[in-house]
Design a protein around this ligand. Sequence first.
Ligand code: FPP
Length: 274
Amino acid sequence: MKATELLKSANKEETALLEKLEPTRFPQHLAIIMDGNGRWAQRRHLPRIAGHRAGVKAAREIIETSARLKLSMLTLYAFSLENWRRPQAEIDFLMRLLREYLKKELPTIHKNNIRLLVIGRSEQLPEAVRRDIEEAMRFTAQNTGMKLVVALNYGGRAELVDAFNAILDRVRRDGLSGFQADEQTISQHLYTAGLPDPDLLIRTSGEMRVSNFLLWQIAYAEIYVTETLWPDFSRARLFEALLDYQKRERRYGGLGSSGGNSSGSGQRAAARHA
Ligand code: FPP
């Protein structure tokens, strides 16, 4: 199957990029730090909220395209623990926008066989948002296509703190005095337990930071930073990021396929790209 067959409605620029992509080597899990909504609006002398509206439009297109490309998982950083420091009016608008998005897009999400999951301290979100999220997750729970993970009220350090406390609780409850944790123990207590780590992390708007996003999970992720502001992150920009990813050799600390004895994690890389 060629990448161009996955997306029938592509324009000329998109088709040219799609032709260069190898569908068997797409990242399984793509994670995105969507940044630059405010700057996008500022450049147009519009209020910041106009940038967020345009950001939702971009998110909608990237979600649908990722599902068509048959990625297994897409994680979007929608609201961080640090975002509470913004003006209350902007926070309220972002929460309203999310509810509006869920209400409007849920039928399409469902039709595209996408399963919605939310990670973060959702218990601290406004009651109405929590209710809508729970309903959307229930509604799509049986879907078997792409998993769309929305990070909401999310912080990577907070996730680790929550994981450590959950482990401590278990140790105390079960009286496991000699218990030793390993990497698997920690992975299994993260919000993302049972889900694969990101293969590719995209950050828009040129900032060279990970901003407390999936700190544990991005250990071996390829990172792609683009100057494009999130509202301008179109399908063509996504294909460019995927093309860049496909040119890289993932080595997981080993020597890769070009030399040396590829054992352990190197084999994992080779197996994933087989
Ligand atoms: C960054 O722009 C973006 C956010 C704070 C997240 C909001 C994301 C959306 C509205 C996209 C919608 C997502 C879904 C899942 C529907 P910024 O305000 O930090 O931009 P700036 O750095 O230029 O000020």
